[in-house]
Design a protein around this ligand. Structure first.
Ligand SMILES: *[C@@H]1O[C@H](CO)[C@@H](O)[C@H](O)[C@H]1NC(C)=O
Ligand SMILES: *[C@@H]1O[C@H](CO)[C@@H](O)[C@H](O)[C@H]1NC(C)=O
Ligand SMILES: *[C@@H]1O[C@H](CO)[C@@H](O)[C@H](O)[C@H]1NC(C)=O
Ligand SMILES: *[C@@H]1O[C@H](CO)[C@@H](O)[C@H](O)[C@H]1NC(C)=O
Ligand SMILES: *[C@@H]1O[C@H](CO)[C@@H](O)[C@H](O)[C@H]1NC(C)=O
Ligand SMILES: CC(=O)N[C@H]1CO[C@H](CO)[C@@H](O)[C@@H]1O
Length: 576
């Protein structure tokens, strides 16, 4: 309620104290003097050990200070607030002082006042000591203040130095233990606190603090307690997605029991809240990117594949024009959104599927799951390379990874021709990434005679041959794979030869082969198949010359060294 409307002005780089104070110029001198007096009073009381509630004339001092608040000077009011807090005001007075500080923090121009002032220590002190049931609203204003201040990079640094993360951890633990009567207030505070932590997470130094205070797992606890609160969940998902780019944080999160199950439950519960869904999937994608254990753990969670496929289905069909075979009646469809917005979810989701299937125990389950394969094929059908390049590239890469697990009965195996047809639009697109992934898929699918016939009938082989000109090792390697398979059928050898495939293969060998023996081997294999495993009848004279050139190179540059090495490795002659 309190924090919704706020427009923060950019700070003026040269703002003088006069312009900040909103006082008649004549009064400026007296405000500075009052600030000074406040400080001196503070110092004197401290020296006399009269801070806290011990001071005899405490109420008189407080009354005088409260009157000065009406001067409406932000600078003076922070001095007053600091002194009042040092005098341990409580109840309504505490609340009003916290509101006052909060009001001051609402203007970015006032950030500077917090930088050179121990008021931040006072705020952190309140967060550490005040009781939730007695001072919940005051705590809310304090955390709201820190949330605003953490948007300023200089203050953010101060907050880290003053152990804000440690204080936040303790506060989170207390908030998670509050009774039901304070649950709503705890939620309000946590929205502000998680927003503050998200800002702190931007600073590189914060990472080791997040880890040493076990905040990543504490936040999982918050997610569990407040799983219905979309603001809290979204703020925490922002923290996780930010930190999941760093290996030490991924490790800390992976060591949190049940985080995978928790994320899946949130994905299911808040499937319509796209910014939350994207960030949770982003985090899962990073957790499973390199860790085989994470891939398996995620997959073994209750309902994992079902939840992911359900999300896939609803974001794929967000225009609602298609009947949905997998959506359950209880779940309303995702509201309409732009192609780009929906793609964002799908790109992250497919990355999670592709990462999971790298695990030997997970891959077969995905490769044989009809709904999963159908959804992937449907993406290829529904989207265009122009609009959804990254998405289609990811789908092709995933199909590639899944093709590793083709089994006799799998839909993947039975859909080879359909996949080959759908890959066409990637192959003839203007995106190099899309062409490369499509060629890789053809490399695998062209083991099937049906697919080879489809390729030849639709002149796809002409594209593949031109890819040999790409000067890209990866592209040539994939193209060679396709050509190797195509040349298995004698009639295809003639067609390939007419396209000049042999000459281009030899060029590849010359240009890229010397730096890459694997590519060279693949080129040789393609050439070998093209000449029918021995007969040279398809090569013309120029091509033979090129082969001679390579043989010469090999004999001149490779053979002598190799022979010397071979000699060295032979057993020494004891008589020599
Ligand atoms: C910051 O505070 C210190 C002591 O509290 C003071 O010496 C210094 O002049 C202040 N700097 C500014 C820019 O106000
Ligand atoms: C985290 O995920 C994003 C988006 O998927 C990706 O760009 C980034 O490289 C990932 N980082 C790591 C370390 O995996
Ligand atoms: C695919 O996975 C979903 C979710 O686990 C499951 O409900 C469905 O039965 C599976 N389909 C097949 C054909 O295995
Ligand atoms: C496919 O699997 C390989 C490793 O087998 C991996 O490097 C690659 O990232 C996977 N593709 C995708 C899209 O995740
Ligand atoms: C290609 O297909 C075969 C099965 O025909 C499979 O064994 C191989 O691993 C597949 N995928 C890749 C990426 O090599
Ligand atoms: C930093 C951050 O993401 N803060 C958000 C936390 O949640 C509140 C309520 O949704 C947002 O207003 C903040 O922007």
């Amino acid at each position: 309620i309190y924090f919704t409307s706020k427009t923060r002005k950019r700070p003026h780089p040269f703002s003088s104290s006069a312009s900040r104070l909103k006082l008649p110029v004549a009064a400026v001198g007296s405000v500075d003097r009052l600030c000074d007096l406040c400080e001196r009073l503070h110092g004197t009381l401290a020296e006399a050990d009269m801070l806290g509630r011990r001071c005899k004339r405490r109420s008189g001092i407080l009354r005088a200070l409260f009157r000065l608040i009406d001067l409406n000077s932000a600078q003076l009011n922070l001095h007053i607030a600091k002194l009042c807090l040092a005098l341990c005001v409580n109840g309504n007075n505490l609340l009003n002082i916290c509101k006052l500080i909060f009001q001051i923090s609402r203007s970015e121009n006032n950030d500077i006042l917090f930088q050179n002032n121990s008021i931040i220590d006072s705020l952190l002190g309140i967060l550490s000591n005040e009781d939730m049931s007695a001072s919940g609203e005051a705590l809310l204003y304090c955390v709201g203040t820190l949330k605003f201040l953490s948007g300023n990079s200089a203050v953010l640094r101060l907050l880290l130095d003053k152990n804000c993360i440690g204080v936040a951890q303790k506060l989170i633990q207390r908030l998670c233990m509050t009774e039901d009567t304070n649950f709503a207030m705890a939620g309000h505070i946590l929205v502000q606190l998680t927003g503050t932590l998200r800002n702190l997470a931007d600073h590189p130094d914060s990472r080791r603090l997040f880890i040493s205070f076990s905040l990543l797992s504490e936040l999982c606890l918050v997610l569990r307690h407040h799983c219905k609160d979309q603001d809290i969940c979204t703020n925490i998902s922002r923290i996780y997605s930010k930190l999941s780019s760093y290996s030490e944080c991924r490790l800390a999160l992976a060591q949190t029991p049940d985080c995978y199950q928790l994320f899946l439950e949130l994905l299911s519960k808040h499937h319509q809240k796209q910014d939350l869904v994207v960030r949770l999937l982003f985090t899962l994608g990073n957790l499973t990117a390199k860790s085989n254990e994470a891939r398996l753990r995620l997959f073994q969670c209750k309902g994992c594949l079902g939840i992911l496929l359900q999300l896939y289905d609803s974001y794929q069909r967000r225009d609602d024009s298609l009947p949905s075979p997998t959506s359950s009646p209880g779940k309303p469809p995702v509201p309409p959104m732009s192609v780009q917005e929906g793609d964002d979810v799908l790109v992250k989701l497919i990355r999670v599927l592709a990462n999971m299937c790298i695990h030997r125990a997970v891959g077969p389950a995905l490769a044989t799951n009809t709904s999963c394969i159908q959804l992937l094929l449907e993406t290829l059908e529904l989207r265009s390379v122009q609009e959804s390049e990254e998405l289609l590239v990811n789908v092709a890469a995933t199909i590639n990874n899944l093709s590793f697990y083709q089994e006799e009965s799998s839909l993947l195996r039975h859909s080879q021709l359909a996949i080959a047809k759908l890959m066409l639009k990637l192959l003839i697109s203007s995106s190099m990434d899309a062409m490369l992934e499509a060629t890789r898929v053809y490399g695998n699918l062209s083991q099937s005679k049906d697919v080879r016939d489809f390729i030849m009938q639709n002149k796809v082989h002409q594209f593949v041959v031109t890819l040999l000109d790409s000067k890209s090792t990866e592209m040539c390697f994939s193209a060679c794979g396709v050509l190797t398979n195509l040349a298995l059928d004698p009639p295809n050898r003639v067609s390939l030869s007419l396209e000049g495939a042999a000459a281009k293969l030899v060029d590849c060998l010359k240009d890229l082969g010397p730096g890459d023996w694997q590519l060279a081997g693949q080129v040789c294999q393609a050439l070998w198949n093209m000449i029918g495993g021995g007969s040279e009848k398809l090569l013309d004279k120029q091509e033979r010359d090129s082969l001679d050139y390579h043989r010469t190179c090999w004999e001149l540059e490779f053979l002598p060294v190799a022979q010397k090495l071979v000699k060295t490795f032979q057993p020494l002659d004891p008589t020599a």
